[in-house]
Design a binder for this molecule. Structure first.
Ligand code: ADP
Length: 373
């Protein structure tokens, strides 16, 4: 089969008119970079945020036009508002303050919580999946959305490698996949893992918006969002544009990781997302031979940091070879070794998170410290 090219997509999009009907969307310069991954085409239409509603039919028309191209299987088109000159967001000239009230929720989803980290490799995804499973173990309906589109790890963590199918009850949407009782969606289910995708800023948001709003998630008590690591613009935009009930920060106890964790905390505070707590991962190591406890990275740093910042400390997870092996084999510990002490730690943290979501006692206000020993 011949490959789809960006030029072909642009040519097709010239048939789609901008509102008013005079110019087409390509000539009006609103089409972003086009990402083609195998048979999937993704791009965004950059619009003035005040006109987003008027552009929705245009978005749909663009999606339909490209879907009809030979060889195209899936199309993701999103409306985005680009940053304007001077670093202001398209939302107006006032300070880029909380947009939480404006971010549209997902119908049927009660809470969306972010699991974030100041840098990669600290175990954010492992924590996200096990916290999601801990929430599900309480009998809650839980979904997990892999927003780490630069390095999606959900397919591996859940051992899921199939593509989502159209939802028979709502054929315009794809059905979230399911594993271990969790609903799950990751760009890794759609994009061929062997094909590196180069994402540009606006694309990240559009992919995320699509995964939130154009997937049948069903009714969920909680959606856990595994955020991309770091505190750059992409993360900040997400923290602003996803209607988050709160955020969990994962850190190792090392000083350097803690500096990054602090940046993560500040990022969420800046956009008024309550901090549900900090998790210290790879906190200590119990040697399987001598059974001695080794505090490789200087355990306890995250707890102290949480105290300093006045946010809850959720608990500590040891560095554990079995936990790693299970994670990397798509068999997360809370689902596959429920009686282990590690699973109990994650369940306890999930309990605390659920409680904080309900009492509204989150990091913004002076909150009683929740400590898990
Ligand atoms: P991140 O999302 O922060 O990049 P991951 O969750 O992908 O991190 O974890 C990075 C690696 O560390 C993975 O191989 C994972 O299995 C391993 N890992 C995470 N937490 C632990 C832990 N507590 N003990 C041992 N290995 C862990």
């Amino acid at each position: 089969m011949s490959e789809i090219t960006k030029e072909q997509v642009l040519e097709t999009l010239k048939s789609v008119k901008a509102p008013g009907g005079d110019v087409d969307i390509v000539s009006s310069g609103m089409v972003s970079e086009i990402v083609i991954a195998g048979n999937n085409v993704m791009f965004a239409l950059q619009v003035d945020p005040d006109q987003a509603a008027a552009f929705e039919p245009v978005r749909q028309a663009a999606e339909e036009a490209v879907s009809a191209m030979p060889g195209v299987e899936k199309v993701m088109v999103a409306l985005t508002a680009e940053k304007k000159e001077g670093g202001e967001t398209g939302r107006g000239k006032r300070a880029p303050q909380p947009t939480q009230a404006q971010a549209p929720g997902i119908p049927g989803v009660s809470h969306i919580i972010a699991v974030a980290s100041g840098k990669g490799g600290v175990g954010k995804s492992t924590t996200a999946i096990n916290l999601a499973l801990g929430l599900a173990a309480k009998g809650l309906k839980v979904g997990i959305l892999d927003a780490d589109i630069y390095g999606p790890s959900l397919p591996k963590l859940l051992g899921l490698h199939q593509e989502p199918e159209p939802d028979p009850e709502n054929p315009e949407k794809l059905k979230a996949l399911e594993a271990y009782g969790l609903k799950a969606m990751s760009i890794g289910f759609v994009v061929d893992e062997a094909t590196p995708v180069i994402w540009r800023g606006p694309m990240v948001m559009s992919a995320l918006q699509q995964m939130m709003h154009e997937i049948s998630w069903g009714d969920l008590d909680v959606m856990v969002v595994d955020m991309p690591p770091g505190t750059g613009d992409a993360q900040l935009t997400m923290a602003q544009q996803v209607p988050l009930s709160g955020a969990v920060i994962v850190s190792t106890p090392q000083d350097l990781a803690l500096i990054d964790a602090r940046k993560g905390l500040n990022m969420f505070k800046r956009v008024n997302v309550p901090i549900l707590g900090i998790v210290e991962n790879m906190s200590y190591f119990i040697c399987p031979n001598c059974e001695e406890r080794h505090e490789i990275f200087g355990h306890g740093g995250a707890r102290q940091e949480a105290e300093k910042m006045g946010v809850p400390f959720l608990g500590e997870v040891p560095l554990d070879p079995d936990l790693r092996a299970r994670s990397d084999a798509g068999k997360p510990v809370v689902a596959t070794d429920a009686d282990s002490p590690h699973a109990a730690v994650y369940r306890q943290m999930a309990d605390n998170i659920w409680e904080a979501l309900h009492t509204g006692e989150t990091g913004k206000r002076s909150m009683p410290r929740i400590v898990v020993e």
